[in-house]
Design a binder for this molecule. Structure first.
Ligand SMILES: Cc1cc2nc3c(=O)[nH]c(=O)nc-3n(C[C@H](O)[C@H](O)[C@H](O)COP(=O)(O)OP(=O)(O)OC[C@H]3O[C@@H](n4cnc5c(N)ncnc54)[C@H](O)[C@@H]3O)c2cc1C
Length: 600
């Protein structure tokens, strides 16, 4: 329900907050918050991605940061209409700090701040050149005769990494490295992307041939250039590959394909990395100030060790190595695992007439793609949302405004609806022997993704194939061992196999740091991803943010970037600002750098 009084209500609270913070009166500021409040900050207050919880959390953050941040000019965004529903008044807000302009979102309960999101929008004096301040391009008057754009670009490509050093080196040129590279380009931060594949987009092209994005187009845009209106809802992987290749070119990214980073070390005294890369067979040493690992969260294969792997006579491959069903027509295939990749791979094999068995070791959450769109994603990311004025930028901010501490409560109703609407489908699946779950607290797919990045399948048809028996199912038991030609389960069942595909997921991204830098640095940084929810595969203690992603780590100058397309799009903005600020010499005191609790 729209409510014009909501605007005044929010503005009154913001004005009181403005006064209290200007006077450094933390008691008065705290009086404006509910006891169970959350303040999520993306860089603006903390030079970190951090949520503080409860009045004690807010107090500590303000006591530590207020003098330096000097926030001011808190207002409701005039262009948006605040809303009031179910006892919560909410709306978009603007504010400034000493060094930046900020944007955010507020929710009031009983007239007090329940959730507050503050984000850094831009650094003052370092705004991205766009709109009225876009570059001219053409060279007029005295500039005529100067090098053309093409000549300048050619010189830049020839020199960067050779006679000049990038400020930022991004290892990995998937969508994550590319999105961050595009942001840094707009900020004028010299950045180089090294990618061991030949071309941008190859990390998608090399996946199994049936793969299409599981997320719909409205959720998947890259920064700056949106997909056109005729782009398919679920883009096939090779199409995404081509888009990324086009994108890297027109966004003028410095992208070295066929270049593998081999090793890296950090010199504390000069605060500089030395990174050795192999480019087309030749070793080159780079010396960036900042090193970003955009090597993929779903890229470091996690393959289980199973007795008998050495005697199995057939083919064994991790899902990331599986090209698709071609050539497997007369084989018996066992797929270990029951999440997205396992389902996609099994469906493609079954469609090709292959005898395929899915081995399900533990329960999996399933949401039908249509239902996910209708009940969960649709309100923010859909054609209807766009028609309702919810741009991608607005949707991203609204999603970011929900603190992880209460996100499960926001998610649960949508998944309750899905469970009810698709009750018959779930019943059939369970009758087929499939072990289902909706997450440890029934909060569904997104929370599983945010907590552990695994444990679910967005159903685009494989579930019906399980129900119909076209994909055979062996569920409820771990794999005990392999024989020469079968998989033996702990309960004694034996599944004959010529091919075993391990769709067993991926390891933590600090494994990349171990490979490239050292085990010590990987251990110092600790596990990447997970909120600390103390649910399966997301051990506590509670962090309240994704561990180590897009923010400072325990290793100076080392950053991790990635996630799905939406996260790469959104968080690359904040990572780019953090890197830009460092390059320009801003004081970037980090509040709440998280301690390391888990090594991997
Ligand atoms: C099967 C599958 C389906 C998915 N579906 C979706 C979806 O529908 N929607 C969505 O948003 N996300 C999806 N994801 C998740 C995520 O978006 C993808 O994994 C995506 O590829 C991540 O992009 P990235 O750039 O972070 O990593 P990647 O695409 O994995 O790119 C990392 C790059 O780093 C390179 N690299 C690694 N080590 C080195 C080195 N030493 N030197 C140089 N280069 C190196 C690799 O070659 C690779 O190209 C899916 C993931 C998988 C596995």
């Amino acid at each position: 329900m729209l409510d014009t009084a909501a605007d005044t209500k929010i503005q009154n609270v913001l004005s009181a907050l403005d006064r209290a913070l200007a006077e450094r009166n933390i008691e008065d500021a705290l009086a404006l918050f509910t006891e169970d409040c959350y303040w999520r900050d993306l860089v603006a207050f903390t030079w970190n991605i951090k949520t503080v919880e409860g009045k004690a959390g807010v107090r500590d953050m303000l006591e530590t940061r207020l003098d330096e941040v000097k926030p001011r000019d808190w207002t409701v965004d005039d262009n948006e209409t605040p809303a009031h529903a179910d006892g919560v008044t909410e709306g978009f807000i603007e504010f400034e700090t000493e060094v930046a302009r900020g944007y955010g979102y507020i929710r009031l309960k009983d007239g007090l701040i329940w959730t507050l999101l503050t984000t850094m929008h831009e650094l003052k004096g370092y705004e991205e050149p766009s709109g009225h301040s876009r570059p001219l391009g053409a060279k007029h008057g005295d500039e005529q005769g100067e090098p053309t754009w093409a000549e300048e670009r050619e010189a830049e490509l020839a020199n960067l990494g050779v006679s000049t050093q990038p400020y930022v080196l991004i290892i990995g040129g998937g969508q994550g490295g590319i999105a961050l590279g595009a942001r840094l380009r707009q900020h004028g931060v010299p950045a180089l992307i090294v990618e061991k594949n030949e071309r941008p987009g190859d990390s998608w092209r090399k996946r199994y041939k049936s793969l299409c994005l599981h997320d719909p187009v409205w959720y998947d845009h890259m920064p700056y250039i949106k997909f056109p209106k005729n782009w398919p809802v679920f883009a096939p992987k090779d199409k995404i590959g081509d888009w990324l290749e086009m994108y890297a070119k027109v966004m003028e990214l410095n992208f070295w394909g066929s270049t593998e980073a081999k090793r890296a070390s950090y010199d504390e005294a000069s605060e500089t990395w030395t990174v050795v890369v192999e480019r087309e067979g030749r070793e080159i040493t780079l010396q960036p100030k900042q090193l970003v690992l955009a090597t993929g969260m779903s890229a470091k294969p996690n393959t289980p060790s199973i007795p008998g792997q050495d005697i199995f006579a057939g083919i064994q491959q991790h899902s990331s190595e599986h090209p698709g069903p071609d050539g497997m027509e007369d084989k018996r295939v066992a797929v270990v695992g029951s999440n997205n990749s396992a389902h996609d791979i099994c469906a493609a094999l079954a469609e090709a007439g292959v005898d395929v068995t899915m081995i399900q070791r533990s329960s999996t959450h399933i949401t039908k793609s249509d239902s996910l769109m209708k009940y969960a994603l649709g309100p923010l990311y859909s054609e209807e949302a766009v028609a309702n004025g919810i741009t991608t930028e607005k949707a991203d901010l609204l999603f970011a405004s929900i603190p992880y501490g209460i996100m499960a409560d926001f998610q649960k109703p949508a998944f309750d609806q899905i469970r009810e609407a698709d009750a018959e489908f779930y019943r059939d699946l369970e009758q087929a022997g499939f072990m289902l779950d909706f997450g440890p607290d029934d909060s569904g797919l997104f929370m599983k993704y945010l907590r552990r990045a695994s444990g679910y399948y967005i159903d685009v048809g494989a579930s019906q194939m399980i129900i119909d028996g076209r994909i055979k199912l062996a569920s409820g038991s771990e794999v005990a061992r392999l024989t020469e030609d079968s998989v033996v389960l702990e309960d004694g069942r034996e599944i004959p196999a010529d091919v075993i595909i391990y769709a067993t997921g991926y390891g933590s991204m600090n494994g990349w740091a171990a490979d490239l830098i050292s085990q010590d640095v990987a251990d110092k940084v600790g596990k990447v991803w997970g909120l600390g929810s103390d649910t399966p595969k997301d051990p506590g203690p509670w962090e309240g943010e994704e561990r180590n992603m897009w923010k400072p780590t325990q290793q100076p100058g080392l950053w991790f970037h990635g996630g799905n397309l939406a996260q790469s799009r959104y968080y690359s903005h904040y990572l780019a600002l953090q890197l830009k600020a460092r390059m320009e010499g801003f004081e970037t005191t980090v509040y709440g750098l998280h301690p390391t609790h888990h090594l991997s």
